[in-house]
Design a protein around this ligand. Sequence first.
Ligand code: FAD
Length: 448
Amino acid sequence: MDHIVIIGNGISGVTLARHIRKLSDKKITIISAESDYFFSRTALMYVYMGHMKFEHTQPYENWFWKKNRIDLVKGFVEKVETDSKKLLLKDSSYISYDKLIIATGSKPNKFGWPGQDLKGVQGLYSKQDLEMLEKNAPNNKVCNRAVIVGGGLIGIEMAEMLRSREIPVTFLVREKSFWNGVLPAGESAMINEHILEHHIDLQLDTNLEKIISDDNGRAKAVVTDKGETIECNVVGLTAGVAPNIDFLKDSGIELGRGIKVNRFLETNVKDVYAIGDCAEQHEGIGSRRPIEAVWYTGRMMGEALAQTICGQKREYNPGHWFNSAKFLDVEYQTYGWVFSERSKKDNEHHFHWRHATEKICITVAFDKDSYQFLGINTFGIRMRHEIFDQWLTENKDIDHVMTYLKGANFDPEFYKLYEDEIVAKYNADFNKNISPKKKSWKRIFSIA
Ligand SMILES: Cc1cc2nc3c(=O)[nH]c(=O)nc-3n(C[C@H](O)[C@H](O)[C@H](O)COP(=O)(O)OP(=O)(O)OC[C@H]3O[C@@H](n4cnc5c(N)ncnc54)[C@H](O)[C@@H]3O)c2cc1C
């Protein structure tokens, strides 16, 4: 019987194992150095914030694995020997495989800053990082101030976590406006305001120069490229992540920034595959990036590869890009592509509406000649994924989107809807005469 060995018990590795078990009787082993059982990485912040215990981040009961004959090995794989189909673990033991799937996720970036390895300096990725944060920043007596370096989604999560314990936070962001490599200017500006209103000391256009140590090898301050010295006890390094693949250097498996795979998630070596954050497509699928470090793509890759491993060869096909996140208490959703000013192409035009007082806005991207709908970002309004997915597939134009926007709203009827206001601004901005139609989303779905 084939022995399927998966390195990594994150969403991609575990989804793969579950689906192989549904489809077959193969022997399955998952190896992970991080935790005994699969947990939801995206929920780590809520443990620190006291909303749940760590055990509650584990979607399956501990007996699930044995019952489903998925063997779990706690250990770190140091070397992959593809000729002999063996893995060398840190404790010097070997595990043989017939098919190997690498699902080792990401690791936080470090850019060689002086002092980056001092005590009190840490990232936010793993269970161990969460435990370390609990020690480094249990309260605002032990931690008088934290400095977070790097303005992305994990940085703002870490700021929110620390603020939940009333720890003063300085947030150093290299860009002139928060996440403006991804968000259009109006949205990025709104999030800048939101961060400041949450009493986070946001310092834009500011880089970390070095971290200064006290006599015990602990961080005691950071120095910025503006020449400012900021005293602190904790430094959070959240300047993005990179595929976690260092242990594969001499394995013969083709590496770029990640592990190079084709649409079937196969590497250059027979019987070796890669999925999740660590996988890099030879070319991005559609407008997607070759590496996508998001939860649902890891799950989709796991589902697709399980079919291939069980004899039904299936391409990984993620469909239209979508994502969601939270900026403190503002919910963000994106469907299709809405590029920032920095990365948008000449034909991409934007319609932007922002609420006069609240942190609510949308941006719709469309082709300036054909008016084809390209994508939408929403902040503070929840929209229905399936409707936008269908409108993107059917190449609807922005007028259609505006006409039926009300029905795409996810919120129940008694929530205030802003679509009339949005469409009025669209009509004014583009000299149009659209009248919004209120059709239920189910009806839109059938006529869209
Ligand atoms: C704080 C935080 C919040 C996030 N929030 C969101 C969100 O809201 N939405 C979203 O879409 N995405 C979010 N992400 C990203 C998302 O969590 C990742 O895309 C996803 O977890 C990747 O899953 P994976 O299975 O590829 O890898 P991982 O979850 O990283 O799992 C890989 C596992 O492999 C183990 N491993 C690595 N190397 C070895 C080795 N050599 N030997 C043994 N084991 C090894 C690792 O320790 C790890 O346990 C967040 C990430 C973080 C850190």
